[in-house]
Structures are given as structure tokens and as C-alpha cells.
Design a binder for this molecule. Structure first.
Ligand code: IDC
Length: 441
């Protein structure tokens, strides 16, 4: 049957072309999107890897600069935390890690970046001084005995019990400023049993307070301030010594003295452990009358600020003529009179003056002495020293040894070859130094 033949409708060639183009475009588009989606996956995986190992990756890809910084950090870390090995624990500094660009939180970053670089190791003295200028540790001299007063010929403590000062004088503060430090004062107190330190400030000799310039003057005041501070922290008594010497008459620099004592008595009035020595050693024929009139004016100034502090007044002939002062005392309370001796020069004749003055009721203090001759040098006279110390003990007279330095002279306590300014060993003490620490311990 012919009607059984299926006749095919011819395809429009235009339509055929359109279909082919469509298929071609479809295939093309599908492949492209497949490639793109594959790339995205790979990128995400890489990003995840970086996030997981961020710290490690960063440390592996440091720049030269950050390597240098890191080396510095290591040496810092070595000095600050010696227990941490720099090989195994590499410190991460803020420079090593890039800061996050946005507010995206990156916990690994936050925890591994130290907020502050560890501080450098402390280069302060071995013993860190207390920050406050408050003495009164009950075990210390001042903590136990408080403000001193003069009662009759003697010093008494805050309970009225007799009290003896035993201590050491600095050399001139301008010559040897470095011994004014906390550790040195602590050693004097703890190892040598000292309860007072005298700060000797020359007025006319080398860089003296009155002969040097203003800058020098400020430096000296600062040293006194430091000395008073360390004494306060350690509960020591401290004598501020207006050390006249070649300026034999204290009236020579009376104005400077009045100004100085006005200032420091205002500053230290409330301390209780500060003692004022207003003229080390009048000499050159300066009579007691001249010293006395100077003293009365300076004392008035001190008293306008500090009504109770102990004041020491030097006496004629390098503070030897206490017997003369005993006959003509200065009005006022809490005043002591200075007697100085150097054992190999000043012997019975001067000891007699001490006995005579004390027997007349004069409160005497040996605010400076040596066991060599009066030049501060020469040989040590142990026998005369022993006679002196027996007498001082007998009359409960306080005493202060000259001098805390390593100057090449017999009276210096420290051997001249020893450059230390604290932590002095017994062998580093001079013969005079050894004698003294053995005597007072
Ligand atoms: C000496 C010093 C010495 C310094 C001299 C200055 O030991 O190094 O060169 O002063 O002139 C004192 C004085 C005291 C003296 C001491 C020894 O108060 O300043 O020190 N001395 O000479 N009076 C008697 C002796």
C-alpha cells in the first residue's frame, strides 16, 4: 500500500542552524560554568588552609625586616625570661603579624600577638629601694626609737631612754657622690651596725656649696635629698653637715647658710630622723662669741620650721673647745655641741676638755673623728683610739667616723683599689674601716 509510506516533512534549514547554534552555545556555557565552579572550590580550600596554619605560615614568610625585629625580640626574651628557649619558642611580635584589615575576628591572631613587648631587664641596683619615703619599720633604728631629744648631757629616744648614735660620715659629697646610694646605706645599717649617716657638704673646698656655681649647688642639694631619702627608707638617722673648713669663720657664708637651712628645715621638718649640723669646724682664731651669734641666727631660722629637730653647733679650734662653750651655752632646746678628734693628734689634753664640758652639763656629740692624725692621713694609733672609745662609752657620747670613701688616705674606710660603692667585703675595708666595723658590731 502506498499509503503506508510515511512521508518526511523537510526541515527548514534556517531552523536547523538555529538549533545547532543553541546547542553549541549551551555546551559552551555549561563547560565554562563547570570550570569556574571548580576553581572556586580550590580557592576556598586554600583559604581554609591558610586560616588553620596562619601563625606557622606567617613565621615562614617573614620579611628581612621582621626577621631582624624577631631577633631583637629573642634577645629581649632571653634577658627577660631566661627559662624560655628562643630556639623552640619563637616570640611573635606585633610587627610579625599583619593586622586584620576589617573587623573580621581572627582568634588565632588575637591570642598569639602580645599586647605589649616585654620590658627590658631592670638595670637598677640589686636591691630595689622602697618607693615611699616612710621609715618606721619597727626593727630599724628610727622605727624603734623615733625622734630624739637632748636630755641633760645625753640624747634620748622617743620613750625617754638614753640613746647613742654610732655612724659614719661621707667624705665631701662633691668628691665622692656615688657612695650616697640605698645599698651602701643598707650595708652600713645591716652589716656594720650603723644607726646614723652624716652627709658632709663642704662649703668652700672643691665644688663647695658656697664657692661652686648654681648648677653645683643644685647637685649638692639633690645628693642631700637622696641621702635623706635613703636614710628615711632604711630608718637611719641622718646628719646634714654644713662643712666649713678653709672658711674658718661660719659668718663668712652666713647668708648662704641661713638660706640653705631655711630651705632644708622646711623640707625635712616632719621627718624626725634629720639632724642639722650648722658649722663643722670653726677655726683660724674664730672665737666662741662669733660662732654663737652665727648659731643663734641659724637656729632661729631652723626653729621657725622645725621646732624640735636636733641641731649640732661646732666649737672653736676645729671643734675642740667644748669646755669654752660649756661656760656660755646657746639658749634653746635640742642643741648639741661638736667635739672632733683624730686619735693620733688629739690626746689627753682634748679628752680632758670633753670630760670638763660634760661634767658642766654640756651635751656633746663627736660628729666627726678619725683614728689617724689630724690630716686624715698618717699612721693609725690604736692605743689612743682605744682610750677615746672607752671615754665615749663611759659618757654615752655619740660618734661618727670620718670617712666613707676609697681615697688614698688613712681615714678612708675603703681600700683605694676597691671601686665598689656598695657591697664592700671585709677585705675591701682599709685598716681604719676594719677597726671601726669590728668596734661597733
Ligand atoms: C680632709 C679629707 C681630705 C681632704 C681635706 C680637704 O680627709 O681628703 O682633702 O679634708 O681639706 C677635719 C675636717 C675634714 C678633713 C679631716 C682630715 O673636718 O674635712 O678631711 N679633718 O684632715 N678636721 C680634722 C681633720
Amino acid at each position: 500500500m502506498s499509503g503506508g509510506n510515511i512521508s518526511r516533512k523537510p526541515v527548514n534549514p534556517l531552523k536547523k542552524t538555529a538549533i545547532l547554534i543553541f546547542i553549541f552555545i549551551f555546551i559552551l556555557t555549561g563547560c565554562k560554568s563547570g570550570v569556574e565552579s571548580g576553581r572556586t572550590e580550590k580557592k576556598d580550600t586554600a583559604a581554609a588552609n591558610v586560616t588553620e596554619q596562619g601563625t606557622e605560615k606567617n613565621s615562614e614568610t617573614k620579611t628581612t625586616e621582621s626577621e631582624q625585629i624577631s631577633e631583637e625580640s629573642i634577645s629581649e626574651s632571653e634577658t627577660t625570661h631566661p627559662e624560655t628557649s628562643p630556639e623552640t619558642t619563637e616570640p611573635v611580635t606585633s610587627q610579625d603579624v599583619q593586622q586584620p584589615e576589617s573587623d573580621i575576628t581572627t582568634p588565632w591572631l588575637e591570642t598569639s600577638v602580645p599586647q605589649t613587648i616585654p620590658p627590658m631587664q631592670n638595670t637598677e641596683p640589686a636591691t630595689e629601694p622602697p618607693t615611699q619615703n616612710q621609715p618606721a619599720d619597727s626593727g630599724t633604728p628610727f622605727g624603734s626609737h623615733g625622734r630624739l631629744s637632748v636630755t641633760g648631757t645625753r640624747l634620748t629616744d622617743q620613750y625617754g631612754a638614753a640613746y647613742t648614735l654610732r655612724g659614719i660620715s661621707t667624705h665631701g659629697l662633691s668628691w665622692f657622690p656615688d657612695y650616697v646610694n640605698y645599698d651602701m646605706f643598707k650595708q652600713m645599717r645591716d652589716e656594720w651596725n650603723v644607726n646614723v649617716v652624716r652627709l658632709a657638704m663642704y662649703t668652700a673646698e672643691y665644688n663647695g656649696y658656697c664657692t661652686g656655681d648654681m648648677n653645683n649647688r643644685e647637685n649638692l642639694k639633690k645628693l642631700i635629698d637622696d641621702g635623706v631619702k635613703y636614710a628615711g627608707q632604711l630608718g637611719l638617722y641622718v646628719i646634714i653637715d654644713w662643712h666649713i673648713l678653709s672658711d674658718g669663720n661660719p659668718n663668712m657664708y652666713k647668708n648662704e647658710s641661713m638660706e640653705f637651712f631655711r630651705e632644708i628645715s622646711a623640707k625635712y621638718a616632719g621627718y624626725g630622723n634629720v639632724i642639722y649640723e650648722i658649722c663643722n669646724e670653726p677655726n683660724g682664731g674664730t672665737g666662741w662669741g662669733e660662732i654663737k651669734s652665727y648659731a643663734q641666727d641659724v637656729i632661729n631660722i631652723i626653729r621657725s620650721n622645725d621646732s624640735r629637730g636636733i641641731i649640732i653647733v661646732g666649737t672653736p679650734t676645729w671643734s675642740q673647745d667644748v669646755d669654752i662653750a660649756a661656760d656660755d651655752r646657746i639658749n634653746g632646746e635640742n642643741i648639741m655641741y661638736a667635739m672632733h678628734f683624730y686619735a693620733d693628734t688629739h690626746r689627753d689634753y682634748i679628752r680632758d676638755k670633753l670630760v670638763s664640758a660634760v661634767n658642766k652639763g654640756l651635751p656633746v656629740i663627736v660628729s666627726e673623728f678619725g683614728i689617724c692624725d689630724a690630716s686624715g692621713n698618717g699612721g693609725i694609733n690604736y692605743d689612743e683610739a682605744s682610750k677615746w672609745m672607752s671615754l665615749l662609752n663611759q659618757y654615752s657620747v655619740s660618734y661618727v667616723l670620718w670617712n666613707l670613701s676609697n681615697k688614698s688616705e688613712t681615714s678612708a674606710m675603703i681600700q683605694s683599689w676597691c671601686g665598689k660603692q656598695a657591697g664592700i667585703t671585709y677585705d675591701e675595708l682599709s685598716d681604719a674601716g676594719k677597726w671601726f666595723v669590728n668596734f661597733i658590731k
